[in-house]
Design a protein around this ligand. Structure first.
Ligand code: HEC
Ligand code: CU
Length: 350
């Protein structure tokens, strides 16, 4: 009886944990609701073996139950020995061939789509974006468009977008579960694949390779907008004047502090290739600070005073003079008005 209770407790605990974990996650951060070609094919490849394995499990369980019931020890036939089938050639052949066939049924589409999804023959005809993984943020460089940005990647809906990925430090892994599978981002040897979003929307991405203390905070977003909105966004980004002095007095002071405090050495505004830290051209258009915090002035000031508290191990901590709260607040004013485009994540239906 006691053993039975123990099992019951373990099972209910597992059930509870499963229920609890099923509430985790964000919308558009799931591989089970694909909104792009890569994710759709990945889900197909999850479903196929699951169906086959469930079927095998069912068949085995049915045969097992029949055997248990039919050949159990019964009154009056204690010495009954069922017919022995070891060495039966037909049976042995059947249960060797069936699993081989099932494995082939799983393997063929898996290998096929592995090659299809890695194919980059038509990359030249599409948008190419250089992706750099950094501890703990992502940088994006639009090929031939003179646009550099970080954290949020704007793409046109319904189009293949090729991502050519390298890391500036350790191995990361680029994963936008709703749009595609994962791909490792290595310090050497560029890895390429494409993403394609069927619907406009904001799709959350995660680094999927343990890369340091703030690995789990290495979030980013794909913002899929209509083709015309994308063209508008490109034009807006291209017409940014990095030298522009804001009209707002506080923001203008913040701009000077930004230049005096080393910030500009790591953070580019405009299409400069400097990318020791995130490009801040469209910082005011982002909805998250450093990928994870809500974009409020308070949070920006908190970040500037002590980034370590928000992202342990980040590469900004200690690399600039200590700021007073007033200065941090002025810099925040400057950064928040860096909004080059009217096209924002809201346009993507979120
Ligand atoms: C040594 C280079 C370096 C210096 C100097 C530096 N930063 Fe950073 N900064 C970084 C890095 C790296 C990150 C990304 C941290 C992370 O997310 O892991 C960052 C992140 C940020 C972010 C968040 C960006 C985003 O996309 O959400 C802001 C804002 C910022 N820095 C502002 C500043 C300001 C203002 C200064 C000057 C007072 C400054 N930084 C100085 C490297 C630097
Ligand atoms: Cu990472």
């Amino acid at each position: 009886m006691k053993g039975w209770m123990g099992k019951f407790k373990v099972l209910s605990l597992l059930g509870f944990v499963a229920l609890f974990l099923s509430a985790c996650g964000k919308e558009n951060l799931t591989a089970l609701d694909p909104k792009g070609y890569g994710a759709e094919k990945s889900l197909d490849l999850i479903i196929l073996p699951t169906v086959i394995m469930s079927f095998v499990f069912l068949v085995v369980m049915v045969i097992f139950t029949i055997a248990l019931v039919r050949f159990r020890k019964r009154k009056g036939r204690e010495d009954f020995i069922p017919k022995q089938v070891e060495g039966n050639k037909t049976l042995e052949t059947v249960w060797t061939i069936i699993p081989i066939l099932l494995i082939i049924i799983i393997a063929v589409p898996t290998v096929w789509y592995t090659f299809v999804l890695a194919d980059k023959a038509d990359a030249k005809d599409h948008i190419n974006i250089g992706v750099t993984g950094n501890q703990y943020w992502w940088h994006f460089n639009y090929d031939g468009m003179d646009i550099q940005t970080s954290q949020d990647l704007y793409i046109p809906v319904g189009e293949k977008v090729y991502l050519n990925m390298l890391s500036s430090d350790v191995i990361h892994s680029f994963w936008v579960p709703t749009l595609s599978g994962k791909l490792d981002v290595n310090p050497e040897n560029e890895n390429t694949f494409y993403i394609e979003a069927y619907e406009e929307g904001v799709y959350w991405g995660k680094c999927a390779e343990l890369c340091g203390p703030s690995h789990s905070l290495m979030d980013f977003k794909i913002v899929a907008v209509s083709k015309t909105e994308f063209e508008q966004w490109v034009a807006d980004m291209q017409s940014v004047d990095p030298e522009a002095v804001p009209d707002n007095e506080m923001a203008a002071q913040g701009r000077e502090l930004f230049q005096e405090n080393n910030c500009i050495g790591c953070h580019a505004i405009g299409s400069s290739p400097v990318a020791v830290g995130p490009n801040l051209t469209d910082f005011g258009n982002r909805t998250k600070l450093a990928g994870v915090k809500d974009m409020t002035k308070e949070n920006i000031v908190a970040w500037l005073l002590n980034p370590e508290k928000i992202k342990p191990g980040n590469k900004m901590t200690g690399a600039y003079p200590k700021l007073s709260e007033e200065d941090a607040s002025l810099i925040a004013e400057y950064l928040m008005q860096l909004k080059p485009s009217e096209i924002t994540t809201e346009d993507a239906g979120k």
